[in-house]
Every structure is written in C-alpha cells, then in structure tokens.
Design a protein around this ligand. Structure first.
Ligand SMILES: C[S@@+](CC[C@H](N)C(=O)[O-])C[C@H]1O[C@@H](n2cnc3c(N)ncnc32)[C@H](O)[C@@H]1O
Length: 413
C-alpha cells in the first residue's frame, strides 16, 4: 500500500454548512488537519476530531518538512475556495507530486463574485494584490474591461480606488464584495472616486473600467506614445520601438535583458506583452535607473527588475536570458562578447545602433555571425514656413536612421 493521499479541501466563508459530502468525509476521516487558524475554526469540534495544526509563518519554506513528518498519516489541508486558484494547491502539488494530492474544490471567491454581479467569468480579468504591488493593476486598465481584484486585506479597496482615481479612471463603478457565501455577506457598490468605506479583510473588488473624459487610454500593442514615458531624451522613439519589439518577439515566460535601458521603454513594453514576460533593465546612471523603475510602475509592470550598473560587469551574476536587447554601451569593451556568451542556446539578440561606430560593430557582427540587418528611418510631418500660422504646409523631418541587428544563437553553448 502506498502512502495515503494528501487531501486538499476547499472551504468557503459558510464553513461546514457549505461543504459537499465528499469534503466532509475527508475532514472527518483526517488524522491531521492543516490550515489557517480562521479556516480550522470553521470545523465543528464534535464532528472533526483530528489533530489541528495551524500553518506556521512563513509557510512555503516550512511545507516540505511538515509533509515529510506526516508521511503515512491521513492528512487534510484546508484552503479557501478553489485551492488551485491563487491558493496553496499548486505549491503542494509541486512538493508531493500531483498524483499524491487529492483536491476537492469549492467555488472560488471569483466564481461567487461573478454569480452576484451577473458577470461571465470568461470575460473577467482576475488580478491579485496579495503580496504583489498595486501598480500591476495599471496594465489591465482598458475601457470596458471588467476586473476582479483579490484583495490583500481590509485596506485594499481604498488603495485600489485611489490608484484608479489617480490614473484617470475615477468614474469606474467599483464594487466591494465581502465575506461571500457567509450569513453576513455584504456587497457595497460605488465609484472609484467616491469610495470612502472601510472593508472586511475578506473581500474581492470588482471594477468596470471607465476612463475620465479626455484620458487617452494606452493601446495593447508595443509602440506606446513617447509621452507615456518620463524621459531625458534617452528613449527609443515610438515607431522604432514598435519595430524593435517585433524583432524581439516576446513570448510568455521569457526573460529579457535590456542592456543600456535609458528610460526603460523596451523592457517595459516587453513585459506588457504578457503577464508572464520578465525583464531586467541594466542602466549605469542612477538617475536613469530610478526613472526606469518609475516608468515601469506607472505603466503597470512594477515587476521589472532594475540593475544600476555598467555592462559587462553588471551582467555577471544575472540569471540566464532568453533574449537580450542592447540599446546602449555596445562599443564598450567586452559588452558584445558578454551578451553573446550569456544568451541561452537558440536565444535571440537584438541590437540597435544610431552612431557610425556602433553601426560598424553591428556590420562586423553580421559578417561574422549572420542574422539580419535592417535600417529604419522615420520621418514625421511637421509644419514648415508659415504653416504654424495656419498656411497648412508640412514637410518631412527625418529622424536619425537606426540600424537593427537581429540574431538567433545556434545550438552551441
Ligand atoms: C489567496 S486568494 C485565494 C483565493 C481562493 N483560492 C479562491 O478560490 O477564492 C484569497 C483572496 O480571496 C478573497 N476571499 C476569500 N474568500 C472570500 C469570500 N468569502 N468573500 C470575499 N472574498 C474572499 C480574499 O480576500 C483574498 O483576496
């Protein structure tokens, strides 16, 4: 006989009363019950007799030891709602292997919220601010978007309302859904700008995004307007940025190094491409590095990691990248070689050159390693002569050409 499975039981705010029979059986049958104190307290002592062990804090590092110690015993783990949805289930599955885990889900807080609001869950974007920065919400703001935010506690609704209001989405209807499923469930509706209330710690926040008059919501694709960024001129401009991102071709889960990050726009738009995209911006000037972090927060990707340092030295201890973009510093000794070496097999490297010297370097790299060289020049129509005064004549003002080298590494290390 193998070890008994670890049974994970999802439980709602209605406690024992809301549990289905298989979940009740698993809890009655357990020798040891693990869970948060609030969830353990939901179990009637006269029916559930197993030993109760509240989670230690911090939980995750302690889990392998706890499960090891309990091998061979009948263990039930309590989790809120659906244990596989922003819950402990996936972490447990990594430790025990999915075959040793038996999961009995309860409706998630999002399923309950959608039921109360009449929203189709497939059209809702779910975000969590549990242990994550609020700024990530900014990436999801789009006219008409329906968001459900898993709160970190009683303060989250006010924080979310303030962020929305500050970002120009104050008119958005905002609903705080507290203690869903419990006898004292409460639902409070208002707008982000009008939100004043406190909240029960157990809540989720639903938002229907409505922009203020005059706000220009950002688009989904790369090539955000230049004025979406704070910058000191060190910014890959909109059209070239869009072409560069097309060449970088972000894919979910990949890690980008943005070497010579300037204002951070390449790493930021890389991360905006998919919530699982990760990026490290490397920038030697502390004032610019700070600006990169500020831009990342404002544009909804606060997870962008910023390294203040000069390549190649600053690259030495960074995790292996899938893709590297070099926007600055390429003529510095060792930068090019360090980037090529660091890149994983089949990884991609894109480098932009504006100066003759960097362009020469890219031409040499192209001759030696292959890949593709393109040159992009953008011209903007601007008023000329008396046009500013109303004559209506415009001329093309060319910006400096940018040479882009795109390279994919082979199978060699
Ligand atoms: C770490 S997540 C876990 C989600 C959970 N696995 C689920 O399926 O709902 C916890 C989030 O759900 C919210 N939550 C859990 N139960 C709730 C309830 N009955 N009513 C409102 N929000 C609830 C918490 O406030 C928190 O934002």
């Amino acid at each position: 006989m193998g070890d008994p499975p670890v049974t994970v039981v999802g439980i709602g705010a209605d406690g024992w009363a809301g549990l289905a029979e298989p979940s009740r059986d698993a809890l009655r049958d357990a020798e040891v019950l693990l869970g948060g104190p609030r969830q353990l307290d939901l179990l009637p002592a006269d029916v559930v007799a197993g030993e109760r062990r509240p989670w230690p804090s911090p939980l995750v590092p302690a889990l392998p030891g706890i499960l090891d110690e309990l091998t061979g015993r009948r263990v039930a783990v309590l989790a809120s709602g659906d244990p596989m949805f922003f819950g402990i289930g996936a972490t447990l599955a990594r430790i025990t292997g999915p075959e040793r885990l038996r999961v009995l889900p309860h409706p998630s807080s999002v399923a309950l919220a959608c039921a109360r609001l009449g929203w189709g869950s497939e059209h809702v974007r779910v975000l969590s601010v549990v242990g994550r920065p609020l700024d990530a919400l900014r990436r999801a703001l789009a006219p008409g978007a329906r968001l459900i935010v898993l709160s970190a506690g009683a303060g989250s609704p006010a924080g979310i309302a303030a962020l929305l209001t500050g970002a120009g989405w104050g008119r958005s209807p905002l609903t705080v859904l507290e203690r869903l499923g419990a006898a004292d469930e409460r639902i409070v509706a208002g707008t982000a700008a009008g939100w004043r209330g406190g909240a029960d710690p157990l809540n989720v926040v639903a938002v229907e995004c409505v922009p203020d008059d005059g706000l220009r919501p950002l688009g989904e694709t790369p090539g955000l307007p230049d004025d979406a960024y704070s910058h000191d001129g060190q910014l890959t401009k909109r059209d070239v940025r869009a072409v560069t991102l097309a060449r970088l071709a972000p894919r979910a889960g990949e890690l980008l190094w943005d070497v010579g990050a300037g204002s951070g726009s390449i790493g930021i738009e890389w991360m905006r491409a998919h919530p699982a995209c990760r990026a490290i911006a490397v920038e030697p000037r502390p004032d610019r590095a700070e600006r990169v972090a500020r831009n990342a927060a404002t544009l909804g990707v606060p997870g962008l990691q910023v390294v203040t340092g000069r390549a190649p030295e600053a690259l030495a201890d960074l995790p292996e990248p899938d893709v590297i973009f070099v926007g600055g510093g390429l003529t510095r000794d060792g930068v090019f070689d360090a980037c090529l070496r660091a890149l994983r097999r089949r990884g991609r490297l894109v480098a932009n050159a504006v100066t003759v010297q960097t362009e020469a370097l890219l031409a040499a790299a192209h001759a030696e390693h292959g890949g593709e060289l393109v040159r992009v020049q953008v011209a903007l129509a601007e008023p000329i002569g008396r046009a500013a005064g109303g004559s209506g004549f415009h001329g093309w003002r060319p910006s400096m050409p940018v040479t882009i080298w795109t390279y994919e590494k082979g199978d060699e290390p």
